[in-house]
Ligand binder design. Structure first.
Ligand code: FE
Ligand code: CA
Length: 518
């Protein structure tokens, strides 16, 4: 849709019926009055530091309309951070502009706050005030917190279910939540859906903005964002199923696909509480990062999409993933990479330099080998680490070397819970266990066939637990002595208020690689 020519900004604003101007000499934005609440997408925080974090909101009085129903003008937004939810004492405040080029999203990075403290924040635009969010600063660099509680989730197809799990995550009032990808799904699939996300795949920036606005309009997702700070990494569906670097699933012209990727990455930035170091530049956005939680834990957040080699042995005439056997020699290519060479080096250096008690790797997918027995030999899913075993071995060899204390790999993507021992050589029963792995199931997205998961579980002795029968999330509690992982399951995603139970509990003891039943 073409935008009307702004013959006069006042005329345009009146025509849109969104802003009322009083007085002619004042700057346009100074007297903004919204005809409708502009805070329909809620608030969020992320990337906590010992003295601050990122605070986010987006002005969108009509979230699914072009530009969220905002006119193409800059709007000042005042932000406030307080020690109490009633905002009796404001600890930090300021004003930033919400601008049309970033869809009137606001990313604020207050500093000078105290470590390991709970804070509340809100925004004002014109005469409107946002909902209040709760957040926390990270522990001081030299502090050893007694306990940290971290939630982990992924894969939240909007049409596949309500965000029942997020209602529970909000109630947990966590220190931190990690989202491991598939925050949106570009495509629709499956039957028996609880709601609609439309049939068209987003391609342009406007499309992706609308898609995020739809997902973010969900009240339970908004509440989870407002309940604690988040760290996020994307997987494929934030752009397109199974993409690998510049190569799309349909093997589109890479230059065309990179335009699409640029639109998707920009909309991702606009809707997540990302720091300014992650402002996208065309089709590039440096998402991988490291974050310390005092001396107790270091989080290594990884991006396994932007820099990866294409999946080996694709189906004829296509790109993307498939099931491949041992006859696919390209699978073993030592040059293949899931993280890209630079990120691999960055990760190795970060692991070597870490002095934390726990080293959590926040990444997208299942790391342990999950060979599925077939009639003509075993098969592997080529989109995960099983498609890139040499790259996996490079990482697991680092753990075997003892580069850091207590590596624990966290993953998602496969729409099932998996608890595994990570070993440099999964085919060698005598290979040492060098790290522990917990893969969270989907928040809503439909699982793969359960018999396939069970076949893989039984054929892979390093797998402790695997099932796709549950929707839910993972809840971690870290202390000096142990990491407790609780597998949380909602009874249904067809009811927002459905009950949530813990279906399994595993612990990892300090100094002992490999999970065991608690
Ligand atoms: Fe997914
Ligand atoms: Ca995925």
């Amino acid at each position: 849709m073409r935008e009307p020519a702004p013959t006069s900004r006042r005329a345009l604003l009146r025509a849109l019926g969104l802003l009322t101007l009083t007085g002619t000499a004042r700057p346009l934005w100074a007297t903004t009055r919204f005809a409708r609440d502009p805070f329909t997408l809620g608030v969020a925080s992320g990337y906590p530091l010992p003295d601050g974090m990122v605070l986010w909101t987006r002005l969108a009085p009509d979230p699914l309309a072009p530009a969220g129903g905002m006119p193409p003008v800059n709007v000042p937004v005042r932000w406030e951070v307080a020690r109490d939810p009633g905002f009796r004492a404001i600890n930090a405040a300021g004003t930033v502009y919400a601008t049309p080029d970033f869809a009137h999203a606001v990313h604020v990075e207050p500093y000078g706050l105290e470590p390991a403290r709970e804070y509340w924040y809100r925004f004002h635009a014109g005469d409107a005030t946002s909902p209040v969010g709760r957040t926390r600063t990270a522990p001081a660099a030299d502090a050893l917190p007694a306990r940290l509680r971290i939630g982990v989730g992924c894969c939240q197809h909007y049409a596949h279910g309500f965000y029942t799990a997020y209602r529970q995550i909000s109630a947990d009032a966590l220190d931190l939540f990690l989202h491991l990808g598939d925050y949106i799904y570009e495509a629709n699939w499956g039957s028996g859906q609880v709601r609609s996300q439309g049939r068209t795949e987003p391609v342009t920036l406007a499309d992706y903005r609308r898609h995020y606005a739809l997902y973010r309009s969900d009240p339970d997702l908004q509440a989870a964002h407002a309940s604690c700070p988040w760290l996020v990494v994307w997987d494929d569906h934030e752009v397109e199923n199974d993409y690998a670097g510049a190569r799309s699933e349909n093997d589109d012209e890479p230059a065309w696909f990179l335009h699409r990727r640029a639109a998707a990455y920009r909309a991702y930035y606009e809707h997540m509480p990302l720091p300014r170091t992650m402002v996208p530049f065309g089709p590039h956005l440096r998402l991988h990062t490291r974050l310390d939680l005092g001396r107790l834990a270091t989080l290594h957040m990884l991006d396994d999409r932007q820099y990866r080699s294409p999946q080996p042995c694709p189906r004829p005439g296509r790109a993307g993933s498939t099931f491949i056997g041992d006859d696919c020699r390209a699978r073993l290519d030592p040059a293949a990479t899931l993280l890209g060479e630079r990120q691999e080096r960055w990760l190795a250096a970060g692991l070597r330099g870490s002095t934390a008690r726990w080293n959590l790797l926040g990444q997208q997918t299942l790391m342990a080998q999950a060979a599925i027995p077939g009639e003509t030999g075993r098969v592997f899913y080529s989109d995960g680490w099983d498609g890139y075993p040499a790259a996996r071995r490079r990482l697991l060899d680092l753990f075997a070397e003892g580069v850091c204390a207590n590596p624990v790999v966290l993953g998602g993507d496969v729409h099932a819970f998996w608890v595994t021992d990570l070993k440099p050589d999964f085919d060698d029963p005598h290979a040492p266990v060098v790290a522990s792995e917990f893969v969270t199931t989907s928040i809503t997205s439909y699982p793969p066939p359960e018999p396939r998961i069970q076949a893989a579980r039984h054929a892979n002795p390093h797998v402790h637990f695997a099932t796709g029968a549950h929707r839910g999330y993972l809840r971690l509690t870290l202390t000096e002595a142990q990491l407790l992982a609780e597998l949380r399951s909602v009874s249904t995603v067809r009811d927002r208020e459905a009950a949530c139970t813990t279906i399994a509990r595993y612990i990892v003891e300090d100094g002992v690689a490999g999970p065991r039943i608690a």
